[in-house]
Design a binder for this molecule. Structure first.
Ligand code: PMP
Length: 404
């Protein structure tokens, strides 16, 4: 009898074919081994680069005060939390951070999650079910989409930043399911485009149609608004308009983790029902200590946001002078639209050869035909870094035109 093929070999063959196809389409994802350095620098393979790809918007990830927080937390609490929050993993440092985050966001309570991805999965899964609907901006972060899918509610996607389209879709859903729950989820600052959702309009539509608005402030907190209190606060909205606020600690706050802020009841509900909260080990307490330092620094050091604003303005002015294809964004996320994936990859490689790390973003992270360079600015960059990048971009794009 002929022997059946070894299943692991057969699986590998199928996976290898898929990988080869990805490679051929210019969509293969590769990691680098990166050592972050102060001043928005990064060492890769023994060479130092200016890093225009990190979300460390305030330049805090390498701040010695955060490292001090980590060290002190480590001495007091050890490296691992040892259990989930509901077992014995919830330390005094976690608790203090939750209270500080509640105060910072102006909400009664906050709840730490291990990552933003897990927070977004947990929110939708805990709040809606089969008969309900989650309405999402087409360009929302993948974790918000995955959260809606995990919840088993009907996922309805509305046109990007289009409150009228949301309104129409909400009304159609309401007509069919008058008693079901409608949860609207949106990024505040869109992670790949850098623009800001029409938060006030979304809130008005949600209120009129009895839907609940959740905003993901992963790229807004620390960056937007006075003291970095976020795009929701900057839009003049509070807990009545945005009852569910999610934030991350691994971007502007230079640390790690995430949280949801909201009412006492919302947080108690999440503690009971959010599976990505209940069934996972608490993040190590020292990370909470470094996040606490970051929060204090963000509140006190407005100069970081002022500098960031100055760099954003300088970048856009220089790029516009060279007619570079920027998207409309006044946040630190400054995408350069290139269209085809291989163009974005080629430009990213050329910049790397000149000492700049700028990530090419390709489908499926962004829609087909909208591959881009995602340039991120941080308060740790200098004006010279930014001018140097624009010069390199302009030279490479001129060269590309000449050789086309
Ligand atoms: N939401 C948005 C908008 C994000 O950009 C990200 C991170 N890329 C997340 C959520 C997930 O956060 P974390 O990295 O903490 O899992």
């Amino acid at each position: 009898m002929p022997q059946a093929p070894d299943p692991s070999t057969a699986l590998d063959a199928e996976l290898a074919a898929d990988l080869a196809e990805r490679e051929a389409r210019g969509l293969y994802r590769r990691r680098r081994i990166v050592q972050p350095r102060p001043g928005a620098r990064a060492r890769v393979g023994g060479r130092e680069y200016v890093n225009f790809s990190s979300n460390d918007y305030l330049g805090l990830a390498c701040d010695p005060r955060l490292a001090d927080g980590l060290r002190e937390g480590l001495t007091e609490h050890g490296a691992g939390s040892g259990a989930a929050h509901l077992i014995t993993g919830h330390s005094a440092l976690h608790h203090e951070l939750e209270q500080a985050l509640a105060a910072f966001t102006g909400r009664p309570r906050a709840l730490l999650f291990s990552t933003g991805y897990m927070a977004n999965i947990g929110i939708a899964q805990a709040l809606v079910g089969r008969k309900d609907a989650v309405l999402e901006d087409r360009l929302n972060h993948a974790s918000l989409l995955d959260g809606a899918l995990a919840s088993r509610a009907k996922l309805i996607r509305y046109q990007h930043a289009d409150a009228d389209d949301l309104d129409r879709r909400l009304a159609a859903f309401r007509e069919k399911q008058p008693d079901a729950r409608g949860l609207v989820m949106s990024d505040s600052v869109f992670s790949m485009d850098g623009d800001i959702a029409p938060l006030a309009e979304l809130a008005t539509r949600c209120r009129a149609q009895g839907a609940c608005l959740m905003v993901d402030e992963a790229h807004g907190l620390g960056v937007c608004g006075p003291q970095g209190r976020g795009a929701v606060t900057a839009a003049g909205l509070g807990p009545d308009e945005v009852p569910i606020l999610m934030g991350t600690l691994g971007k502007a706050f230079g640390s790690f983790g995430a949280f949801v802020a909201g009412s006492e009841t919302l947080i108690e509900h999440l503690i009971q029902h959010a599976r990505s909260y209940v069934y996972t080990t608490a993040t190590p307490a020292p990370l909470a200590a470094s996040a606490l330092r970051a929060l204090a620094i963000s509140r006190e050091e407005d100069w970081r946001r002022d500098k960031l604003a100055e760099l954003i303005q300088a970048f856009r002015a220089a790029a516009e002078a060279h007619r570079l294809p920027l998207m409309a964004s006044d946040t630190p996320i400054q995408p350069l639209m290139l269209g085809e994936a291989d163009r974005a990859v080629a430009l990213s490689r050329a910049l790397e050869a000149q000492g700049y790390l700028v990530q090419a973003i390709r489908p499926p992270t962004v829609p087909d035909g909208t591959a881009r360079l995602r340039i991120t600015l941080t308060a740790a960059h200098s004006l010279d870094d930014v001018r140097g990048l624009v010069t390199a971009l302009a030279e490479n794009m001129d060269h590309e035109m000449d050789t086309r």
